[in-house]
Design a protein around this ligand. Structure first.
Ligand SMILES: Nc1ncnc2c1ncn2[C@@H]1O[C@H](COP(=O)(O)OP(=O)(O)OP(=O)(O)O)[C@@H](O)[C@H]1O
Length: 590
């Protein structure tokens, strides 16, 4: 409960931060509106009773005050209806920024590969608006409850038995709560199906996958599958909705029975001359208002519970980010001994078999390390562990004698740079697509130009209509590039950091032509020489032995274990796994 109060408070703070004036006005209006309903009801009784007594002054005063109260109530309702979505929109944008910021600051990527996290993120993304509206829902619900209390007080004044109507509100709340819970459970249950359905749609709509989809002619099948998933989602939600509606109807039936009883009581009192005509009018008018007030309170309570549910996911995300070890040791500025791994074992979440087992490795400072192995051997996973994106389940990784687990993750990732096989195609201006590799130098043209040169991307940039100022990608009406050209810019991004201690190239040349690959490796070799002085380690992951053979140390991974390691000559002489792979490739090129 306290965490929901914390979230409600946080949303209120966000609303006041987003637009303090409008937030203040909205709060005042809600408070005012809560008293206006009772005021209007009292005026009606006053009017009827004054008319009955022939009190002209009383009638005139009741009409004036009543009209004012009614006009005020309608006006407040209108203003609130406009202000609330406006504020909720503002807060919603703030919440989305927060979610992005928190997600972007998590230094590991484990959460992005976990179903539980992705499901929570889907539910959170779909429910941001109700979360943003939470504080107003709370304030308005409180106002509706106060208003309801005033109405019940007026009824009790006529006869104490009428206050029993308050009891009839309970079944509405209980049944509505039950209905809401059913809907929320269904919402969580479909989160994964929703993601699945979105992924199917994306396959048909995104240019990267559209080619394959088109040529295989599987678009209609994918769309059919997406439809089936959508039907599955809506069916589950529809069933929950219908069950929820049945519960709600049951609750309201109890309330209406109570309301009918109240009207019967006041009619009996009027006949027995124990209630005035004004009292009868007041009860009739309040009967309708009570329905609205109860409905307002119940809807509000439901919205609060719904937003509270979304808030649970939101707080989970924040707590998850906070709970990650921050690291108390600073990252070194240079390496003198290197990186060593001892007994490193790692499995992906949910996998029973470890993907890396008992890895003992020494990567000497200033060396170039080649990482080879068949598909699925664990090369990329090892890279993820070295860069701190994942943490080993067992064993340790030491960076120049400092435990990687103790090093501030942000500092270590600032000492790493890399280009990966699944590189991002950033549809920005070319200078930004390269410059974001080191945000400190994103406006530094010299740094960007130099990175472009070192990545062998000069020709690519020269062909762009506005050079580095060209907008890339078709999404924003820019220039599209070939896959290899995109990869060259991704390499440029990796080159933005000029003094990394760990430089990763995970199959960086897969999309490049032979000349580009040759030029690039000459450039890598030159940079590795320069980097050697500060002990930087360059890791080349590749299936092309023409690339790897120049590395100082070659590590061969097989089934998640280190099968062999040594120089090219040593491994060939060993006649083992590496020699076999190398000879097979050499023969294939003959
Ligand atoms: N995010 C993930 N979640 C679960 N399992 C994964 C994940 N990423 C990789 N794996 C599994 O871990 C094993 C090693 O994958 P990894 O990507 O490290 O291999 P690799 O040697 O880099 O392969 P390739 O040469 O094909 O790039 C594979 O069996 C793969 O299925």
């Amino acid at each position: 409960m306290t965490h929901r109060i914390r979230t409600t408070w946080h949303m209120l703070v966000l609303a006041f931060r987003a637009d303090p004036r409008v937030a203040t006005v909205a709060t005042l209006l809600v408070v005012l509106a809560s008293g206006v309903v009772a005021g209007t009801a009292v005026c009606q009784r006053w009017l009827v009773d004054a008319a009955g007594l022939g009190d002209v002054g009383g009638v005139a005063a009741a009409v004036i005050v009543g009209v004012l109260a009614y006009t005020m109530s309608s006006a407040l309702e209108r203003v609130q209806m406009n202000l609330r979505p406006y504020l909720a929109d503002l807060v919603s944008v703030h919440v989305q920024h927060e979610v992005l910021r928190v997600t972007a600051h998590i230094p590991t990527i484990e959460h992005l590969e976990r179903v539980e996290y992705l499901d929570r993120l889907t539910t959170l993304r779909r429910g941001t608006f109700s979360l943003a509206a939470l504080c107003w829902t709370v304030v308005e619900t409180l106002a509706a409850v106060v208003s309801l209390g005033l109405s019940l007080f007026l009824l009790a004044e006529i006869h104490p038995a009428l206050s029993l109507l308050a009891l009839c509100v309970t079944p509405v709340l209980v049944c509505n709560g039950k209905g809401q819970r059913l809907r929320r459970t269904a919402q969580d249950a479909v989160a994964q199906t929703v993601r699945h359905e979105e992924a199917m749609h994306a396959l048909c709509l995104q240019p990267e996958s559209a080619k394959e989809v088109l040529i295989a002619g599987n678009g209609p099948e994918l769309s059919h599958r997406a439809e089936r998933l959508w039907e599955q989602t809506t069916r589950q939600q529809r069933i929950a909705l219908l069950k929820g509606m049945a519960w709600t109807a049951l609750g309201w039936s109890c309330f209406f029975a109570g309301l009918a009883g109240a009207l019967a009581i006041v009619a009996y009192l009027a006949v027995a001359d124990r209630a005035s005509t004004g009292d009868v009018v007041l009860v009739i008018w309040l009967a309708e208002r009570l329905r609205q007030q109860v409905s307002g309170s119940v809807t509000g309570a439901g919205a609060i519970a719904q937003a509270g549910h979304i808030a649970d996911h939101y707080l989970w995300l924040r707590d998850y980010a906070d709970a990650l070890p921050k690291g108390t040791t600073s990252a070194p500025d240079s390496l003198t001994t290197g990186i060593s791994l001892r007994g490193v074992t790692f499995s992906y979440s949910g996998d029973e078999t470890p993907c890396l087992m008992d890895i003992d490795l020494d990567l000497p400072a200033g060396s170039t390390v080649g990482l080879v192995g068949v598909n699925g051997a664990g090369k990329t996973t090892l890279v993820k562990l070295l860069t701190g994106m994942h943490r080993p389940d067992q064993g340790s990784i030491d960076i120049d004698g400092r435990r990687l687990a103790d090093i501030d993750p942000a500092q270590w990732s600032a000492r790493c740079a890399g280009a990966f096989q699944d590189f991002a195609k950033l549809q920005l201006r070319a200078r930004e697509a390269v410059g974001v590799g080191d945000l400190r130098h994103i406006d530094d043209s010299d740094a960007i130009e130099s990175a472009v040169d070192r990545a062998g991307a000069r020709q690519t940039v020269m062909r762009l209509p506005d050079g580095l100022d060209t907008q890339l990608g078709t999404v924003f009406d820019g220039t599209d590039l070939s896959h290899g050209q995109w990869q060259k810019l991704a390499l440029g991004r990796a080159m933005m950091r000029t003094s990394p201690l760990l430089l990763i190239f995970d199959e960086p040349t897969a999309a490049l032509d032979p000349q580009a690959e040759h030029d690039l490796f000459e450039s890598f070799a030159h940079q590795a020489q320069t980097a050697r002085r500060r002990g930087a380690i360059t890791i080349l992951v590749s299936h092309r032995f023409s690339t790897v053979h120049m590395a100082d140390v070659i590590v061969v991974l097989s089934d998640g274990r280190v099968a062999e390691s040594g120089s090219h000559a040593e491994l060939l002489a060993l006649g083992g796994h590496y020699a076999e792979l190398y000879n097979t490739q050499v023969q294939a090129y003959r």
